[in-house]
Design a protein around this ligand. Structure first.
Ligand code: GTP
Ligand code: MG
Length: 617
C-alpha cells in the first residue's frame, strides 16, 4: 500500500438497483448492465473524477441483500467491504445504491451498511421509475432518518451524478482509522426499522408497478406463459436464419471479390495460396456468420434488458426442479447460449454449491454462438431450404440442434444430481424486476461489444490456427498426382485420428479439423474451409463456397453425425480454464471433458448408424 494510491469508493446495494449503470455513467466504463438481479458477479474498478479535480477509484460490486453472503458473488461484496479481499485496502467510502421504487425492502441493507460505521452516502436511484409509479419521496426526511446524505439519481439519464460527487468528496478528505468491524445484526429489527423509515418518507404509489403486474398476469399465466416463452425462443431462431440471409450474402460476395483480387494481383505461389486458401477460405468461412451472431445477441440482450429473463427463469423452474436444478440456474444457462464462459461465471449467484457445480458442468451443453457457424455451414450444405408450414426447414433443424443441447443438458443434470452432485433441491428465490424498454445505448454497446469480440477472435485465434493448419496441410509438398492434404503432416495426423473417428462416420478431413477446433469451435469451420481449399483446383477455390464442397464430399449420415458431435463435444479450451478457476482445481474440468467427450462420441455414433440404416445404406 502506498500513500499516494487514490482512495477507493465502493458501490454497494441490492441486486438490480442500478450500481453498474451508475458505475458506467461515473467512470465512462462499459460494464454489463441488464434488467435482472445478479448481472455483476465480480469486482470491477474504474476512475471517478471528483468535483475538485482529484480522482478516486470507484469499485462496482455484485449486488447483495446483506453482509452475510448467501452465494459466492455476495461473498465478493462482503470481502471487499470488510477489507478481507486479498491485496486490497478497505474502501474509504461507501455509496449505497438504492432502488427508490422499493424502499421498504432496500433500506434494510443501508441500515446494515451504516452499522459498519464507515463514511456513507445513499444514491437514491431510479427516481424516474418512482415518479412513474406515483411515489413521492421526502429526501430531507430520509436524510434525517438515516443520518447520512441522500442524493436522488437516475443512472441511465446521468442525473444526479454531480451532486453525488459533491457528497462523496468530503468523505474522502476526512482522515479516519481504516478498520472494519461488525457486530452481528438482528435482521428482524433492522427490517422493522427500514419499514418505519419508508412509511415516514414515501407517499403515494397506490398504482405502483401496475403495468408490470398487468403484463405478468399474462406472461406468467400457467398455460399462456410457457406458450409465450416457447414462441419467443422459436421466433428467435427463425429470425437468426431468415434475417441474416441477405447480409451474409454480401459478406460472401466481398470475400469472393477479395479472392479474385488476390489472384489477379499476386503471382501464383506461396503467398497467393496462403491468402486464398488459408486466410480468405478459412477466416472468411467464419466471418460470414457475423450477421447471425449479431441477431442472436440482439435477441438475448432485449430479453435481458426488458426484464423478461427472470420471468423465463420462473417459468422454467418447474422443469429445472424436475432434474434437480434451481430455476436460478436458467439465467447462467441462457447466457451460455452466447458463450459458456460468462455463463459459468454467472453461476456465482447460485447459493447451493452442488446446484452451482451441476450448472457449471452442464453449461457447455448450451449451444454457444461459436457453434452457430458450424451448424449453419452443415445445415446450408445438407438441409434443403424449403418452407414447412409457417416455418423453414433449415430454421427448424437449427432449433432442433439447440433443443438437443438443452435436452442433453437436462439429462446430464439429472444423472449428475443423483450421483456426483447429489443433494437436496433448493427452491426458487428471485426478485422480479420491473419491465423496462431496453435502453438503446446499452443495447448498441452490448451488440457492438459482442460483434467486436467475434471479429477479434476471427482475427486472432481463428486466423492463427488457420494459418498453422494451412502450413501443416501444405507441407511437405506432394508429388504430382498425389493429394496434397493426404501427403502433408496434417494429413498423416488425420489418418491416425481417423481410426478413432471412423466408427462414428468421420473422414480424414473432419479428423484434421477437430484438432485446431479445440482452440475454438468456429476454427473447425475455418479448418474445413482450408483443408478442402488446398486440394481444390484454384478456379474452384475462387468460385465454390465451402458449402458446395462439403455437399459433394460428405454422405448425409456423416454430416448429421458431425452436427451431433458438435452438440455435445467439449471443443473449447477457454471453458476448461474458467471451470478450473471457478471450481478451484483440475478435478471438475477433467470430469467435464471426459463426460462430454463420451456423450459426443456416443451421440454422433448413434446418429451416424441410425441415419445409415434409415437411408438404407
Ligand atoms: N429507469 C431507470 N432504470 C435504471 C436506472 N438505473 C438503472 N436502471 C436499469 O436497471 C437495470 C439494472 O441496472 P444495473 O446497473 O445492471 O444494476 P446493478 O445494481 O448493477 O445489478 P446487479 O449487478 O445485478 O447487482 C438495468 O435495466 C438498467 O438499465 C434508473 O435510474 N432509471
Ligand atoms: Mg451490476
Amino acid at each position: 500500500m502506498t500513500m499516494t494510491a487514490a482512495p477507493a469508493v465502493a458501490l454497494v446495494g441490492n441486486p438490480n438497483a442500478g450500481k453498474t449503470s451508475l458505475f458506467n455513467a461515473l467512470t465512462g466504463a462499459r460494464q454489463k448492465v441488464a434488467n435482472y438481479p445478479g448481472v455483476t458477479v465480480e469486482r470491477k474498478a474504474g476512475v471517478l473524477r471528483l468535483p475538485d479535480g482529484s480522482s478516486a477509484e470507484l469499485i462496482d460490486l455484485p449486488g447483495a441483500y446483506s453482509l452475510d453472503p448467501r452465494s459466492p458473488d455476495e461473498a465478493v461484496t462482503r470481502n471487499v467491504l470488510m477489507g478481507r479481499q486479498e491485496g486490497e485496502t478497505l474502501p474509504r467510502a461507501i455509496v449505497a445504491v438504492v432502488d427508490a421504487t422499493n424502499l421498504p425492502a432496500q433500506l434494510r441493507f443501508v441500515l446494515e451498511l451504516k452499522m459498519l460505521g464507515r463514511p456513507l452516502v445513499v444514491a437514491l436511484n431510479m427516481m424516474d421509475l418512482a415518479k412513474r409509479d406515483g411515489l413521492t419521496i421526502d429526501v430531507p426526511a430520509l436524510e434525517r432518518e438515516l443520518g447520512v446524505p441522500v442524493v436522488p439519481t437516475v443512472a441511465v439519464r446521468r442525473r444526479g451524478l454531480d451532486d453525488l460527487g459533491q457528497k462523496v468528496l468530503p468523505l474522502l478528505t476526512k482522515i479516519e482509522a481504516a478498520s472494519a468491524s461488525r457486530e452481528p445484526q438482528d435482521m428482524r429489527s433492522l427490517q422493522r426499522r427500514a419499514r418505519q423509515i419508508a412509511d415516514a418518507v414515501v407517499t403515494g404509489g397506490h398504482q405502483a408497478g401496475g403495468l408490470t403486474r398487468r403484463i405478468d398476469r399474462v406472461v406468467l399465466h400457467p398455460v399462456a406463459g410457457p406458450l409465450i416463452l416457447a414462441a419467443v425462443l422459436f421466433f428467435m431462431f427463425q429470425a437468426v436464419f431468415a434475417w441474416a440471409e441477405a447480409p451474409m450474402a454480401w459478406i460472401e460476395g466481398l470475400i469472393a471479390v477479395l479472392q479474385g483480387a488476390a489472384s489477379n494481383i499476386l503471382p501464383a505461389g506461396f503467398l497467393r495460396n496462403l491468402i486464398n486458401e488459408g486466410l480468405l477460405a478459412g477466416v472468411g468461412a467464419v466471418i460470414v456468420f457475423l450477421p447471425q451472431i449479431v441477431i442472436l445477441f440482439a435477441f438475448i440482450l432485449v430479453l435481458e434488458q426488458s426484464g423478461y429473463m427472470t420471468r423465463a427463469a420462473f417459468l422454467m423452474d418447474r422443469l429445472m426442479a424436475s432434474v434437480g436444478l434451481s430455476g436460478r440456474a436458467f439465467i447462467p444457462l441462457l447466457s451460455s447460449f452466447a458463450c459458456a464462459i460468462p455463463g459459468i461465471m454467472a453461476t456465482r449467484t447460485i447459493a447451493d454449491p452442488r446446484d452451482r457445480l451441476t450448472t457449471i458442468l452442464i453449461a457447455p451443453l448450451m449451444t454457444c454462438s461459436a457453434r452457430l457457424p458450424v451448424y449453419a455451414v452443415i445445415i446450408a450444405a445438407f438441409i434443403p431450404d424449403r418452407p414447412v408450414g409457417f416455418a423453414n426447414l433449415q430454421g427448424l433443424v437449427l432449433f432442433g440442434l439447440y433443443a438437443f443441447g438443452v435436452v442433453g443438458a437436462l439429462l446430464a443434470a439429472l444423472a449428475l444430481r443423483s450421483t456426483v452432485t447429489k443433494g437436496k433441491h433448493s427452491g426458487f428465490l428471485m426478485e422480479m424486476p420491473k419491465y423496462q424498454w431496453p435502453a438503446i445505448r446499452d443495447l448498441g454497446i452490448g451488440i457492438w461489444q459482442r460483434a467486436w469480440a467475434f471479429l477479434r477472435r476471427a482475427g486472432t485465434i481463428i486466423l492463427a490456427s488457420t494459418i498453422v493448419l494451412w502450413a501443416f496441410a501444405s507441407f511437405p509438398r506432394a508429388p504430382e498426382g498425389v493429394s496434397q492434404v493426404d501427403y502433408s503432416i496434417a494429413g498423416r495426423i488425420g489418418t491416425g485420428l481417423e481410426h478413432v473417428f471412423a466408427p462414428i462416420g468421420f473422414n480424414k478431413e473432419i479428423s484434421i479439423a477437430l484438432v485446431p477446433g479445440m482452440a475454438a469451435r468456429e476454427v473447425a469451420v475455418a479448418a474445413l474451409g482450408t483443408v478442402y481449399a488446398i486440394d481444390a483446383e484454384e478456379e474452384d477455390v475462387l468460385q465454390g463456397q465451402l458449402v458446395d464442397r462439403l455437399r459433394n464430399a460428405w454422405p448425409l449420415p456423416t454430416a448429421l453425425a458431425f452436427l451431433a458431435w458438435f452438440v455435445f463435444a467439449p471443443q473449447c479450451i477457454s471453458t476448461f480454464a474458467v471451470t478450473r478457476r471457478e471450481t478451484n482445481g483440475y478435478k471438475w474440468p477433467i470430469f467435464m471433458f471426459a463426460y462430454l467427450f463420451a456423450m459426443a462420441y456416443v451421440g454422433a455414433g448413434i446418429t451416424y448408424w441410425t441415419a445409415r440404416w434409415a437411408l438404407g445404406a
